[in-house]
Design a protein around this ligand. Sequence first.
Ligand code: SF4
Length: 70
Amino acid sequence: MNDQNKEKNSDCTHMNRCQMYGLFELDDSVEVWKILYCRGTYTRCERYKMAERGLRVLPNLLPNGQTIEV
Ligand code: SF4
């Protein structure tokens, strides 16, 4: 199994401190974000990428790079 396949079924390493993940946990209707990113290929998540680069992550930034009203 290569590294990319291993990541597909891994939990995001930022879950415990990610504000957006906290919101996802409160609302079952947004389960798809968790499946696609938080418990899926989290390295594609814009929040994850910014945090890994040491950049400030906006609280309303979605994994796909769009923002929402909070
Ligand atoms: S939203 Fe992104 S950074 Fe936050 S837990 Fe999910 S994959 Fe990780």
